[in-house]
Write a protein that binds this ligand. Sequence first.
Ligand code: SPV
Ligand code: MG
Length: 435
Amino acid sequence: MKIIKKKVYVPLAVDFLHAGHINILKTAKKYGDVIVGLLSDEAIANYKTIPILKYKNRELLVKNLKYVSKVIPQQSEDYTFNLNKIRPDFLVHGDDWKYDNRKKIRSKVITILKKWNGKLIEPKYTKNISSSKIRSKIFEIATLPQNRVSRLKRLMTSKKIVRILESHNSLTGLIIENLKVEKNNIYTEFDGMWSSSLTDSATKGKPDNSSLDFSSRISSLNDMMDVTTKPLVFDADNGGQLEHLPFLIRSLERSGVSAIIMEDKIGLKKNSLFKNQSGTQQDKPKIFAKKIKKICLSRQSNDFLVIARIESFIVGKGLKDALSRAVIYSKAGADAILIHSKEKTPAEIFSFAKEFKKSKYFVPLVSVPSTYSKVYEKDLIRNGFKLVIYANQLLRAAYPAMQNAAKTILEKTRAFEIDKKIIPIKEIINLIKND
Ligand code: SPV
Ligand code: MG
């Protein structure tokens, strides 16, 4: 007689394996055959940032554990689909979800299980796993260039919109790395850093006209890479000489950069937000396309993204020019298109998106809402944008604060008055952990 074993469903994310996972799986095994519902990047992106390890690697870890019979993907944070498909006799989950923002999901699971008399087993959550050891291990894994490079592409395929903020030094990199804001039980954070030619140059007291060469730009970004794990998008101006591009790409990939953004301009560079763009010249689309192709051929990994930035609206050309360029750049291999604008509203970039969406050469769109800053991310998403770059806000915030501190000391001939408006030294020391 064939004994039908009970089915036990265990949902897991498993970015790195620890004793808590083993405790859960060991308990689950006592009830029958363990089927792990491994949360996909998309499922996890709904409530926190995606794991460091790719799905395939996480699957490999879990599949080879002796307590596990089978691993299937759980594509959403909601359990309904998998539970109805498997109809497990038991579901095992740590009891921590009783107390946090997953309460609602938990009660829905209980209701579904009731349909076939399934039971929820909740072992006590394993505390006191050495989180600092785990944190430093994660840091090591996450900062390996091959893991960091691919992270942006993974974020773009698993999130509705990827949110990037300008970073001009290690300290701003740390803000982007660590800041989390909770709203309606959902944690939001920045997904990565923008190495801006404008703010990197300004920080070094130089104009945004490529006077900072690529070696200085790479040295600045390496400082940020030393202390962060999140992906970085590199502003390469017009990319420089076609023949030099392979060397630039090699250096960027070696540093762990995830994407290059290259603008279709030639001649002495002028920042696109300047009102007067006389003298600014756009490159011929076919010539610029050659640069895109060159990068595609020279990159080591297809996870390193080439983003073509169209300046048609900046130089006063219209939608037609922008659209024809978008098709040419996409055919040449661009993974995404940044359609730049210095208007006060997103109307022109939205009309571009609407038309470009109809093309079979459509690729994800990138927005830099510096002048049309009233736009909400939800509107960008609705219009087909996948990446938003807040390109200069941290430097703009820091500069007046520092200017004011300096001015106050001069005016008062002492530092006491400004003391109340600036953070204590202790906080600066704590900010930089050295464990
Ligand atoms: C930058 O931040 O350097 C950019 C965006 O390229 S913009 O300043 O709008 O040109
Ligand atoms: Mg720039």
